[in-house]
Design a protein around this ligand. Structure first.
Ligand SMILES: Nc1nc2c(ncn2[C@@H]2O[C@H](COP(=O)(O)OP(=O)(O)O)[C@@H](O)[C@H]2O)c(=O)[nH]1
Ligand SMILES: [Mg+2]
Length: 309
């Protein structure tokens, strides 16, 4: 009796003679078959290089890197991350702001990294807020240009409604090469790339052009890869294999006209209490390129001066 029922059971009851329903299509693979950048390969060499780096150009003691980008994009955290990588433990020197948007870096501050008691590494970071549409927290493109040329004094208090003027008391009228910016780095959370307004893109391009006119190399770091996709959060070492992240890099490259070898993916130290090689490798790869480009810039200047003599 039971056998008869099975034989005549319609498909939807899952009768023995009916075919199994087709399997749902497999979800698209979120990974590329190969990473598009290998960050682990030169890890120890990059670390040793950064630790021992000194500018070849004898006119400067420090390479000055200017980080610019929106409030909360991870500028202070990137400086802290570099500090952590070099010290081998998580530090929190530059106040990073957990309540982004409500307060922001109001001062132009040079951050040095301690090596031993009394000595510093040869890289200095300055940071400057980005070009948000909310004018209360935005910096003027002219201020960034003045900072790049070395006219902005350390500790300068930004004023969103009035830019730095030549007549200001602490305006540096004859900047030395040391005062100038040697590398410009744009800092943007990777998941904001698609949200950047046309107006902000225009301002970013304007700064990029100004940097190019001064011969200053420009790079970008796309931060918070862990916030942007679950794969990166779980396996940070796969960062350069994740399709979504590569797409954002491509998009950003197109927006700004910045080549791919100038764009880096980073996760900053934010919630971790210990450093780890996978995060260090991402940070070091970006930093190594900043130093290479900046050092080339300084060296080219020196060569140009020698040729003029
Ligand atoms: N999950 C995650 N959080 C980050 C990362 N970088 C920065 N943050 C957090 O984002 C917030 C703003 O960072 P902050 O460095 O102060 O941004 P700034 O305004 O550009 O200096 C802080 O709460 C940081 O801990 C990152 O790579 N991943
Ligand atoms: Mg900050």
């Amino acid at each position: 009796m039971r056998r008869l029922w099975k034989a005549v059971a319609p498909d939807f009851l899952g009768g023995g003679s009916s075919r199994p329903p087709p399997a749902p299509p497999a979800p698209p693979d979120p990974y590329l078959s190969q990473p598009w950048r290998n960050v682990k390969e030169n890890y120890q060499e990059n670390l040793a290089f950064v630790k021992s780096y000194q500018p070849r150009n004898q006119d400067v003691k420090h390479l000055r890197i200017l980080l610019h980008g929106p409030v909360g994009s991870g500028k202070s955290s990137f400086f802290n991350s570099v500090d952590s990588v070099l010290k081998g433990r998580v530090t929190g020197r530059a106040a990073s702001d957990a309540i982004s948007g409500s307060s922001y870096t109001k001062k132009y501050t040079a951050h040095k990294i301690h090596k031993d008691a009394g000595s510093f590494y040869s890289v200095i970071f300055n940071d400057i807020m980005g070009f948000e549409q909310n004018t209360n927290t935005a910096v003027d493109v002219e201020d960034v240009k003045l900072a790049m040329r070395g006219h902005m004094p350390d500790g300068y208090q930004f004023n969103p409604v009035a830019q730095l003027q030549e007549t200001d008391r602490d305006y540096i009228s004859s900047p030395t090469l040391e005062d100038r910016v040697h590398v410009l780095v744009c800092v943007i959370p990777v998941d904001s790339v698609s949200l950047i307004s046309d107006e902000v893109v225009m301002k970013m391009r304007e700064v990029r052009l100004a940097a190019a006119e001064l011969g200053i190399p420009q790079l970008a770091i796309l931060t918070k890869v862990d916030d942007a996709c679950p794969q990166a959060k779980e396996h940070i070492k796969e960062t350069y294999r994740i399709k979504y992240l590569k797409e954002q890099v491509d998009k950003f490259s197109m927006l700004l006209g910045l080549p791919l070898n100038c764009i880096f993916l980073v996760k900053n130290y934010s919630s971790e209490t210990k450093t780890n090689d996978d995060m260090n490798a991402l940070i070091l790869t970006a930093l190594r390129q900043m130093i290479n480009f900046g050092d080339d810039f300084l060296n080219d200047l020196e060569t140009a001066e020698l040729n003029l003599e």
